[in-house]
Design a protein around this ligand. Structure first.
Ligand SMILES: CC(=O)N[C@H]1[C@@H](OP(=O)(O)OP(=O)(O)OC[C@H]2O[C@@H](n3ccc(=O)[nH]c3=O)[C@H](O)[C@@H]2O)O[C@H](CO)[C@@H](O)[C@@H]1O
Ligand SMILES: C=C(OP(=O)(O)O)C(=O)O
Length: 434
């Protein structure tokens, strides 16, 4: 497996354009199964998870016409249902979390679906209860095969109902929306997740002929329709990548402009980085981060130590907390990072501590960071990337550190960040894939 060799301490400069959003792409590409007509998707990120999902669809006999690396026409007019029972499907769909979202459209259109043991980041328990309970309420039954962790669903026909979700699961909501668009009658999904990924999915489905209202809220009402049609859809810029670049710029004292960020879809993300003291100039749809000598973490109005925590949208996505944490290590001041959703996502701080950061891991969910105020630089070390976002946090640490670092297991980073080494080289970074 490849590694990144990074020599840190270089101030970067230039412009960078975010890729299309990974988590939106996974939902949108799954939705092509809902129609036999052509669906054209643009701004697809060229990353491992998305390419694996496209490969799965292709194995299912969906016609995949790759116009270029970021645009694809899909047509699911002759799906091979037998493939879903194969060892190959089990193996390949287990590589990514997003493959669970094939189940909703399969149930809607073919009345049967399989969910294999899902892949994705090993960042703590990741239960599927919201998906399973929702499918059951819509009229599907399932059998669980414990020997291989496979769920098999079938239905006589899904029927609209009232769904009060167990939790606002992102992929769970997407699955249930896709299952109910062609169900008989009306489905109400309350406590729905409403991330921009889901808003985009609902918009696309409405363009295909679905009837979904409440988009952007936590209550979706879906009037079932008989059929969906082809459409074209453009994926939004990846908000997690944008947050990662803001953090990278601040930590490395770089002067970077992030172009075409889709500002109106970023929610609280810029504000959370501002709370770390990071300056940003907004110009049109671009974010310019000037080279900053020092950034100072704000306190609460009563002088209390700041806590940054994750929360379902419109709160801060958990996917940016590892980045927030690494950036705080060079700030002036202190912050408590509270990762409420996942229990194994903060363990990577061990590596930052080895590099010289001052962090107290209070428990699996909370880490207190005492900023070094740039009085000491982090030191380059050899490390391994445990998950996608921790991987990028370590990469940011390495780019800011004195000396050479080696980051192993970079498949984790490639799952979600497109050509990251080349794009960083373009900004002046000393990074090599070996
Ligand atoms: C492919 C994809 O889209 N992956 C994203 C998706 O994963 P995914 O959809 O798998 O994540 P879920 O939203 O289902 O939940 C993630 C975890 O958070 C917990 N949980 C969730 C909601 C809540 O209110 N409280 C709570 O504790 C769940 O129990 C679970 O352990 O959403 C996660 C949460 O934004 C992101 O980290 C992932 O990048
Ligand atoms: C946790 C993430 O991805 P996945 O859900 O695909 O594992 C992520 O994108 O940060």
């Amino acid at each position: 497996m490849s590694s990144f060799e990074v020599t840190g301490g270089i101030k970067l400069k230039g412009e960078i354009e975010p890729q299309g959003a990974k988590n939106e792409a996974l939902q949108i590409i799954s939705a092509v199964l809902l129609t036999s007509e052509k669906v054209t998707i643009s701004n697809i990120p060229d990353i491992l998870d998305v390419n694996n999902l496209i490969e799965l669809l292709s194995e299912m006999n969906v016609k995949v016409d790759r116009i270029d690396r970021h645009t694809c026409i899909f047509q699911a007019d002759d799906v091979n249902l037998n493939y879903l029972r194969s060892e190959d499907f089990k193996k390949k769909s287990g590589r990514l979390r997003g493959s669970v979202m094939l189940a909703g459209p399969m149930l809607a259109r073919y009345k049967k679906a399989f969910i294999p043991k899902p892949g994705g980041d090993k960042i703590g328990r990741r239960r599927l209860d919201t998906h399973l309970l929702g499918f059951e309420k819509l009229g599907a039954t399932f059998t669980y095969y414990a020997e291989d962790g496979f769920f098999y669903f079938s239905t006589e026909g899904l029927k609209g109902t009232y769904l009060l979700l167990d939790e606002p699961s992102v992929t769970g909501t997407a699955n249930l929306v896709m299952a109910s668009v062609m169900a008989e009658g009306t489905t109400t999904i309350y406590n729905a997740a409403c991330e921009p990924y889901l808003q985009q999915l609902c918009k696309m489905l409405n363009h295909m002929g679905a009837n979904i209202s409440g988009v952007g809220s936590n209550m979706l009402t879906i009037q079932g329709v008989d059929k969906l049609y082809g459409t074209a859809h453009h994926i939004l810029p990846d908000m997690i990548e944008i947050g990662s670049f803001i953090g990278l710029a601040a930590m490395t004292q770089s002067d970077i402009t992030i172009r075409n960020v889709g500002l109106e879809h970023l929610g609280v993300i810029p504000d959370r980085f501002r709370q770390l003291g990071i300056q940003m100039n907004i110009s049109g749809d671009d974010i310019h981060i000037p080279s900053q000598e020092l950034y100072e973490i704000q306190t609460y109005m009563d002088g209390g130590v700041l806590t940054i925590y994750d929360h379902p949208w419109p709160g801060l996505t958990p996917d940016l907390l590892s980045i927030i944490l690494v950036v705080a290590t060079q700030a002036k001041g202190s912050v408590l990072v509270h990762q409420k959703m996942f229990e194994s996502r903060l363990f990577f701080v061990d590596k930052l501590i080895d590099m010289g950061a001052q962090i107290i891991l209070c428990d699996p969910h909370r880490a207190a960071v005492i900023g070094l105020e740039r009085k000491n630089k982090l030191r380059g070390i050899e490390m391994s990337s445990p998950d996608i976002r921790a991987g990028v946090a370590l990469l940011i640490a390495a780019l800011s550190a004195e000396g050479k670092s080696v980051i192993q297991n970079i498949d984790q980073i490639d799952r979600g960040y497109q050509y990251i080494d080349k794009r960083l080289q373009h900004l002046g970074a000393d990074i090599r894939r070996v």
